[in-house]
Design a binder for this molecule. Structure first.
Ligand SMILES: CC(=O)SCCNC(=O)CCNC(=O)[C@H](O)C(C)(C)COP(=O)(O)OP(=O)(O)OC[C@H]1O[C@@H](n2cnc3c(N)ncnc32)[C@H](O)[C@@H]1OP(=O)(O)O
Ligand SMILES: O=C([O-])CC(=O)C(=O)O
Length: 376
């Protein structure tokens, strides 16, 4: 019955949000290369949610609405401080979003207008929560958001306590654009399975955050930076790769289920990594990355995915490793929401089958008579 492990190559739904064909990624038909060069993250949110690019006034209205909802209750920051300092940041974000949902319920979970309003609130607030978590984990006080900045600038402002330079804002904006959606990746599929039971938007996003956390998915980016730090210098790359491959370790930030000729997002992040590492006078992170990529291509035919160069980009923007995956969640929330809406619009419960390969027709032995040898 089952042909492919991990559902590789299985087409599980129709979607008009995001396509990957011949190694080209498109959001709503627009090539990611053009979007990465030209668009703001807010424009991408509009594109993903409404299916078309906004006009100027529509974009202004969306930006205004996001800014109107960017504050979070002070209890949220108290909650962030109460979690153990060594708790996994994605577990905290998952819990925080779940908590937010308790206070943002609507009696009709299928009400389209109410769900769009929820989506705006969640998209705005998740950024404040992640930046606040970044501060709390450094033992610093969260910084209240501003209401006059772009999504990208406000995040960096809340995290670093100062306005980003134009280069920093543009780089972070581009990273958000590049991570916003990716067809039926594991976390998006999770969100769709969840809401296909007619569960609510927050449950879908909470489930998706749980799936993104894993190291085979979004969790890889923080580990990439740890690996670059562990390698430490260009001359240690070859030995690191040889050992990792010999020990059959997965090297974070490489390989992809769909792209076998390279991830089209990686080149943008690579360029940004080059620029930012030079700008911040930390060229070694780029140099190590390049050497690592060359070595893995040669030795195993593996190419970098979106998580690889994003690590050195975020590092140069003053972001700690453990916030990389939560930032991925901030951006991907835009895509998850688009998919949740699409699922609601044409819903059918998602319930595949499993091919049973376990024991057949086993006779029950009452507990008192059961012996170890009877148990298979
Ligand atoms: C945003 C994202 O989610 S992008 C992905 C982020 N995840 C990572 O970067 C983690 C590292 N990468 C991986 O684990 C994988 O490449 C995945 C999970 C992304 C894709 O997995 P799959 O499609 O199941 O590929 P699979 O694991 O079957 O790999 C095929 C072969 O390449 C090897 N391979 C794939 N990726 C890697 C890697 N990063 N390091 C070392 N070997 C790898 C596998 O071991 C396997 O080798 P084999 O045929 O000799 O056994
Ligand atoms: O599509 C995937 O499997 C993983 C990925 O690159 C993403 O979610 O951005």
């Amino acid at each position: 019955m089952m042909k492919t492990r991990g559902l590789e190559g299985v087409v599980a739904t129709k979607s008009s949000i995001c396509s990957i064909t011949n190694d080209t990624l498109r959001y709503r038909g627009y090539n990611i290369d053009e979007l990465a060069e030209n668009s703001s993250f807010e424009e991408i949110i509009y594109l993903l949610w409404y299916g078309r690019l906004p006009l100027k006034d529509e974009l202004m209205a969306l930006k205004q609405e996001l800014n109107d909802h960017v504050d979070v209750p002070s209890e949220m920051f108290r909650q962030l401080k109460a979690y153990p300092i060594d708790a996994h940041p994605m577990s905290i974000i998952r819990s925080a979003v779940s908590t937010l949902g308790i206070f943002d319920a609507h009696e009709d979970e299928m009400d389209e207008e109410a769900n769009m309003a929820k989506a705006l609130r969640l998209q705005a607030k998740i950024s404040t929560i992640v930046a606040g978590l970044g501060r709390v984990r450094q033992g610093r006080e969260p910084i209240a958001p501003r209401h006059d900045l772009s999504f990208a600038a406000n995040f960096l402002y809340m995290l670093n306590g100062k306005l980003p330079s134009e280069i920093e804002e543009n780089a972070f904006n581009r990273a958000l654009v590049l991570h916003a959606d990716h067809e039926l990746n594991a976390s998006t599929f999770t969100a769709r399975v969840c809401v296909a039971t007619l569960s609510d938007v927050y449950s879908g996003i909470t489930a998706a955050i749980g799936a993104l956390k894993g190291s085979l998915h979004g969790g890889a980016n923080g580990r990439v930076m740890k690996m670059l730090e562990e390698i430490g210098s260009v001359d240690r790359v070859e030995a690191y790769v040889d050992r990792a491959l010999k020990e059959k370790q997965k090297i974070m930030g490489f390989g992809h289920r769909v792209y076998k000729n390279g991830d089209p997002r990686a080149k943008h992040l690579k360029d940004m990594s080059y620029q930012l590492t030079r700008l911040k006078n930390e060229p070694k992170w780029y140099d190590i990355s390049i050497k690592l990529a060359d070595s893995l291509r040669e030795k195993k035919g593996l190419l970098p995915n979106v998580d690889f160069y994003s690590a050195s980009v975020y590092h140069c923007l003053g972001i700690e490793n453990d916030l990389f995956t939560p930032i991925f969640a901030v951006s991907r929330t835009a895509g998850w929401i688009a998919h949740i809406f699409e699922q609601y619009h044409n819903n059918r419960l998602i319930r595949p089958r499993a091919q049973y390969v376990g024991a057949e027709q086993v006779t029950y032995i009452p507990l008192d008579e059961r012996k170890r040898a009877d148990i298979i």
